[in-house]
Structure formats: structure tokens, C-alpha cells
Design a protein around this ligand. Sequence first.
Ligand code: ZN
Length: 289
Amino acid sequence: MSVPFSTPKDFALAYAERGWPVFPVYSVQKAVNEFVCACRNGAACQAPGKHPVWRLAPQGLKNASSDLAVVRAMFGGFGLKNNVAIATGSTSGIVVLDIDARHGGFEALAALEAKHGALPETLRFLTGGGGKHFVFQHPGGNIPNSAGKIGTGIDVRGDGGYIVAPPSRHVSGGTYKLDEGCSLDMSLAAAPAWLLGLMRQGGGNNGSLANKTAIAELARGQIPGGQRNTSITRLSGHLLAKRVASNVVLDLMLAFNDARCTPPLSAGEVARIVASIDHLSFTKLINRT
Ligand SMILES: [Zn+2]
């Protein structure tokens, strides 16, 4: 680890060498006055810089690998500028506390530490958006993913989850980095017992109340021309995240498109939106339906 490295491929290989499976997610690119997702949805993307590159990881997290040859292939060539995601949970042996600065995560963490004691020294990543990832050893058993459950602005990335990691670019324009005093080969601390207790209780909350309300409103109203793509993207993303099969999501979105979008998009455009979120190739989805 003494050789300086900086590219997504270098970092991806370093993570893989620790036995952490990685896969490419879309980066962000400069639009006129802002950064937008490098995927085809651009500014309409609901997870800019954070979702799998379907050409390279068609099954997303399932394609995560720590096989160095596979990682070299995923991050070489066309993958050169993609963001790097690390699979969390028992597959990698890590759990991550994800602190979101914009939603008061640092204040909530300070309150937890005041009550229970400070977090131990461990690997930390600074997210490009002002947040921080604390990487801990996986304790065994099941650690569910959760959002805002153990504290406002605090998410847990455990089994079946992933994090975006250095040297990825954040939609704010910033870059994910190692926190001061951290190195990629440093050993990980075990999460303290109080934190594990909170993490284990955290299952079943993968979306905020605000998000659920927005989805419910979306499903009711009429969708004007400028919002059709975004609305179908959000609704299908919501359903796919709930593990509804992609051919069912496509059928639902085609019906939604006809009933609510004025005027409706073409069926092909709806299929392309669903396919781009499901990280499956367009052809593959069409062949399945
Ligand atoms: Zn995107």
C-alpha cells in the first residue's frame, strides 16, 4: 500500500485485496450549473452517483466481486471514470454507520456518543457531500440496513447493502476521501455493544416518511409533460427496491403511464426507464416480458 494511487481502479483493487467485494456505480458529471448523474436520466436521476452501472454490473450488488481479475475488468477501459461501491454485510465482513450532515446526522451521533461513549478509532471515509462513513467489523448474525432509525440522519449499511467509497465523486461536486489519520490498510474496530444493539433493531425501515408520502401523492395525481420521466423513474425505483419483479413493474408503469401521464410517453420510453433503474439491459427486459 505504499504506492500512491488515485484512480477508481486503484482504490477498487485495494478494497478487493481486503476481501471487500466492489462494483461500479455511476459517477456524476458537470451540467450547466450543477453536477448530475452520468446515467441516461441525468438531472432526473433519483440516486445520482450512487446506482450500479448496468453495462458493467447488470445485477448490481450481485455482481460485486473481490476477484482481482474481475475488478480490473470492471474498472478498466470504459469503467475508468465510474464511482466505486463496496458491498457491506457478511459478504465483506463490514458494517457501516453512514452519517448524513444535511439531515442532522452529526448532532444525532454526538447525542448518542454523549449517552453511550465515543465511537472507537476505525476506518472512516468522508463523503463528498459533507457526511462520514464509519467502517466497523461485521459482528456476525444479521445486521439490517436502515435509514434514520437509530438516529436522525444516521443510516446503517449492513447485509445486502453497499456504500459509495473513495475516490468517487458526489453529486455536490465533492470527492469521497479517507478521513484524516486513516489509511486503507488500517484495521477495523468492532462496533461497540450499544451500537450493535441499535443496529440489530434497525430493520425494515428503508425509506423516510417524507419519501413514502411523496410516493403516495405521485401514485394519485395527474402527471404533466415535464414530470413524466421523473415520476415513472421514482415509482419504478420504489417498487424495484421493494423487490417487485421488473416485468411486473413494467406492466404497472405502462398502465400508470396510460392512466396518469398527459400525454403518455411511448411504451418503449417507459420500458427504457424501468430497465435503466433495474440495471438490466433493455433487450434483456424486453425478452423477459
Ligand atoms: Zn443515475
